[in-house]
Design a protein around this ligand. Structure first.
Ligand SMILES: [Zn+2]
Length: 225
């Protein structure tokens, strides 16, 4: 697992070059945002220890398998005193509820872990503000660090090669597009995130983008594919 310190508060953890999780530094330790794919739990815990803290809570951008993949293994190792926070609608999908017409696309692996908190827009997770960004999945959320305007945008944007919105087919990384539930809502969410004027954009797939306004504008203009 590759570790990249992006600023004083944010560490990017990358598995197999393509799948990211994040450690957000708080006074009590770290918030882990997303868990990547199965088999990463030990590496995620080690990465937090190497960075000088422990994982205090796990917050998820959405319920897809490449974001919740190591959740059960983390729960097993960390115990239930480390709460799991998942967006409301995606938590309900994992609970087997029918929240939208048909089955949303993408991988929804069976989880043993029931989230302790169902996230709603405007909630706070330490220094992070929860932003509703539905479209890639029905419940997808993003997290804005109110200290430094770093934005963790999950799979609304992809930055493999160049920055794209996941509503748009992009040959370098078609998976995000294939797994996107409502492409119109997804593009609207991309515009919502752009309007937040982030200083740093980080996503589920691809490297961090500093001063991302121009790249986000270009991605949004290209959207709708
Ligand atoms: Zn996804």
């Amino acid at each position: 697992m590759r570790t990249t310190q992006l600023n004083g508060n944010l560490i990017q953890l990358t598995r197999l070059r393509l799948v990211n999780a994040y450690l957000v530094r708080e006074e009590d330790g770290f918030t882990l945002v997303d868990t990547t794919i199965p088999g990463a739990a030990a590496d995620l815990i080690t990465a937090a220890a190497s960075a000088g803290g422990t994982i205090r809570r796990i917050a998820l951008t959405h319920g897809h398998g490449d974001h919740v993949g190591s959740l059960d293994a983390l729960r097993e190792r960390l115990g239930s005193s480390v709460p799991v926070l998942m967006p409301e609608l995606d938590a309900r999908i994992h609970a087997g509820e029918q929240v939208v017409d048909g089955k949303p696309p993408g991988g929804w692996p069976k989880l043993k872990t029931t989230p302790d908190v169902r996230l709603a827009p405007g909630d706070r997770v330490g220094s992070l503000e929860v932003i509703a960004t539905p479209g890639h999945t029905p419940g997808h959320v993003s997290f804005l660090d109110t200290r430094d305007r770093a934005l963790i945008a999950g799979d609304v944007f992809v930055s493999v090669g160049e920055v794209t919105v996941s509503d748009h087919f992009y040959w370098r990384f078609p998976l995000a597009w294939m797994a996107t539930w409502d492409k119109t809502k997804d593009l609207e969410s991309a515009k919502t995130l752009r309007a937040l004027e982030p200083d740093l954009l980080v996503v589920g797939h691809g490297p961090a983008v500093r001063q991302p306004a121009t790249a986000m504008d270009r991605a949004i203009a290209r959207g709708g594919g």
